[in-house]
Design a protein around this ligand. Structure first.
Ligand code: ZN
Ligand code: ZN
Length: 431
């Protein structure tokens, strides 16, 4: 297999300004310098003519083009426009009433940019290599899916009855390109930034070139989250009810540590109340800064955390976040927990209504202004307050980023790290 290319959707606008480097061609004719195009009557107006689509190509691996005024940080307080520079080919297509710019780039180049922007410059080489394999697996799976003749059947992700509200969230695929350049897929800024860690990232990418995680010949769905809380969660407790053989329950620790059954309420409470030995049980700032790129703004307490709401606060919060008027909240009762202690179904009992809520992300959305760290918690009821004692950060399925950073620091190599978190999978070099 030859190194594939990835089609990355950069932006969609009515009008796009861009600058082509020296070696670009369109239909065999050289073209360079400042360009501008605009959507017109369902076509692209460029250079005085209307086109269905455009493709600017180059054979020069070092050639770049610049897109002007790309909006970054959409809806964040730091939203701004900047010029961004990319390698590879540039195509434009019509989508609705805008023109979409697509960067067609070799996947190893794409990965260098994505990983350099995601990972801290202090990350160990093993951690960078493990991430390279995961990102490459994810990306190749996206490309494969886009090529498959029949679109994937639409998955039900919602169960709503009078007394149950069970929902999970899976990312939707793009129609006209493989991935977008936002956080929805993976943040990609081409070669716009001079990343501090770019040489080490390139070294990690070269060392794992073409390698993906496979299970029975298929590329793995290599999920990951910030911190499992000591035990890794199973796929079906967070998404569709279909077990995935390599996204399973396991103790995030050296071999030989016991693996309690956290689906049992008493064991879950005891587990969360303790601080059991685990790879991700660390407060070492050097390691945390490797796995969390905005570490300075984040809390350090996510292996075990605590949150207190007055009854009034909690009642208001739940009504606002769920759109359901429960009245005064009387109790929060876990009905079903996953392998890591994450609550899959939570019964909310109020003075006016009682309803069962799930799965983990829906629980985290409803019980917090943004997202609760995780749904692995137990509730301590005080006179006029609810105290949530919790464990972990994120869904907890697959690779635990803090745990993997610790493993890297302890001298584990990237393939041992990957096979710890995705048991039964294998690493295969595709090109
Ligand atoms: Zn996307
Ligand atoms: Zn962990």
């Amino acid at each position: 297999m030859k190194e594939p290319v990835v089609r990355v959707g950069i932006l969609s606008e009515e009008q796009i300004r861009f600058v082509l480097g020296e070696s670009y061609r369109i239909d065999g004719q050289p073209v360079s310098g400042e360009q501008s195009l605009v959507w017109k009557s369902g076509k692209i107006l460029w250079n005085g003519e209307l086109h269905d689509s455009l493709l600017f190509e180059t054979d020069d691996k070092d050639a770049t083009f610049t897109i002007r005024d790309v909006v970054i940080g959409v809806n964040f307080h730091w939203e701004r426009k900047e010029n961004q520079r990319f390698q590879g080919n540039l195509s434009f297509i019509v989508e609705g009433e805008s023109v979409t710019a697509i960067n067609i780039v070799a996947i190893e180049d794409y990965l260098s940019s994505v990983i350099a922007s995601e990972m801290s410059s202090s990350a160990s080489l093993a951690l960078l290599e493990a991430h390279a394999v995961i990102s490459r697996s994810w990306l190749l799976a996206q490309i494969e899916r886009g090529k498959s003749p029949q679109a994937e059947a639409h998955k039900a992700s919602f169960v709503e009855t009078e007394d149950r509200h069970i929902r999970w969230y899976d990312r939707e695929d793009h129609q006209n390109f493989d991935v977008c350049a936002d956080d929805h897929c993976q943040r990609y800024q081409g070669v716009s930034r001079a990343f501090e860690n770019i040489d080490r990232v390139k070294q990690a990418i070269a060392a794992t070139r073409g390698q993906v995680l496979q299970y029975e010949g298929e590329i793995c769905d290599a999920r990951f989250s910030k911190c499992c809380g000591g035990i890794v969660e199973e796929f079906e407790n967070c998404w569709e009810d279909v077990p995935v053989p390599y996204l399973v329950r396991l103790r995030d620790a050296e071999r030989g540590e016991e693996l309690p059954d956290l689906t049992q309420e008493q064991e879950a409470v005891a587990w969360i109340a303790a601080r059991p030995e685990a790879f991700c049980n660390t407060r070492d700032p050097k390691i945390l800064s490797q796995a969390l790129n905005s570490y300075d703004q984040e809390t350090q307490d996510f292996y075990r955390w605590k949150l207190r709401y007055s009854t009034q606060e909690l009642s208001d919060l739940i009504q606002r976040r769920s759109g359901i008027d429960f009245g005064e909240i009387l109790s929060l009762t876990p009905l079903k927990r996953g392998a890591s202690g994450r609550i899959v179904e939570l019964k909310i009992t109020g003075s006016k209504k009682t309803k069962i809520i799930g799965k983990e992300l829906e629980i985290r959305k409803i019980l917090s202004e943004s997202h609760l760290y995780s749904s692995a918690f137990y509730v301590e009821k005080e006179q006029d307050a609810f105290v949530l004692h919790g464990a972990g950060w994120g869904h907890g399925v697959g690779l635990c980023q803090i745990g993997a950073a610790v493993m890297g620091e302890k001298g584990y190599v990237y393939d041992s790290i990957l096979l710890h978190y995705y048991p039964g999978a294998m690493i295969k070099k595709l090109y």
